[in-house]
Design a protein around this ligand. Structure first.
Ligand SMILES: C[S@@+](CC[C@H](N)C(=O)[O-])C[C@H]1O[C@@H](n2cnc3c(N)ncnc32)[C@H](O)[C@@H]1O
Length: 276
């Protein structure tokens, strides 16, 4: 698939997901298909106390694979940007943490998701939030303007991850932090197996291997890079999906175990990076 085709497929998938939440209020937490019931990837990411602070629609629309706001350090007064903000849950949670003087931006390319997010913002009555339309490969914000970039299971959907990371670096202030949840692989996985399992996860553009992720972040200019596993998937999680694709799950199990995970990726833009 070309980068343009990937983007089009991703946009269609999430437009459907947003419309489904809007129409039925039903949770569409399956990453591999909007018809998929709660998957082990997207379910139970937020604790009850946290979820109660945002509208139910934002929780039901959650399609992430982690909880970046729980792991990121956010300070009142800071500017936060969520790449691929979906129904807006992480933007709303961040906005409360940086209030009253800070601001949270959500960036998404899908009109239907932006409409859902703005509706959730209205219901939450939170004012220090702005949802922007655009692509994470071309962030519509000035250089050196953001303190913290969060993201929840979106960078793995991009066909041009180098571009996303260099845009993230550009908009961060010197000393700014990247704190994102993403699907990551580790160790060697045969190509065919890798493709099938990533399809199950919903990563049609392909997730990065952990070492590759670290190398790309370093190439973009980041330092203090780390990836912490937050959920590790086993082949049982994907059995129904893989069997339906004609894969002999028992035969490939040893090559899958422990190799697909949601990770929390941290990195910092150097404090002394020159501001032109
Ligand atoms: C897996 S959902 C995650 C949504 C949200 N972060 C959450 O945790 O619920 C992916 C979201 O990213 C958006 N998205 C995917 N690729 C994008 C891109 N290249 N630029 C902007 N938005 C993108 C989709 O429209 C969708 O809303």
């Amino acid at each position: 698939m070309s980068t343009v085709d990937v983007k089009d497929a991703v946009r269609k998938r999430y437009a459907q997901a947003a419309l489904r939440v809007g129409a039925t209020g039903a949770s569409c937490c399956g990453a591999s298909s909007v018809a998929d019931p709660c998957s082990p990837i997207t379910s139970n990411l937020y604790d009850t106390a946290e979820a109660e602070t945002v509208p139910e629609g934002a929780v039901l629309a959650s399609l992430g694979c982690g909880n970046p706001t729980a792991l990121a350090q956010l300070i009142p007064g800071e500017t936060v940007l969520d790449l691929g903000s979906g129904g807006g849950i992480d933007v709303l949670l961040s906005a409360r943490r940086v209030a009253p003087t800070g601001k949270a931006y959500g960036l998404d390319m899908t009109d239907e998701m932006l409409a859902l997010a703005r509706e959730n913002q209205r219901k939450a009555g939170i004012e220090n939030v702005e949802f922007l339309k655009g692509e994470i490969e071309n962030i519509p914000l000035p250089d050196n303007s953001v303190d913290v970039i969060i993201s929840n299971c979106v960078i793995n959907l991009s066909g041009d991850k180098d571009r996303v990371l260099s845009e993230a670096f550009r908009v961060l202030k010197p000393g700014g932090r990247l704190a994102v949840s993403d699907v990551v692989t580790r160790g060697e996985v045969p190509d065919l197996i890798r493709r099938d399992v990533l399809l199950w996860v919903g990563c049609i553009a392909g997730a990065l291997q952990d070492t590759e992720y670290v190398a790309k972040l370093a190439k973009a200019g980041f330092e203090a890079i780390s990836i912490e596993p937050t959920r590790i998937y086993n082949v049982e999680d994907a059995r129904v999906f893989l069997t339906g694709k004609g894969v002999n799950v028992d035969a490939i199990a040893p090559q899958v175990e422990g190799k697909f995970m949601s990770g929390f990726v941290r990195a910092v833009k150097p404090k002394d990076h020159p501001v032109k």
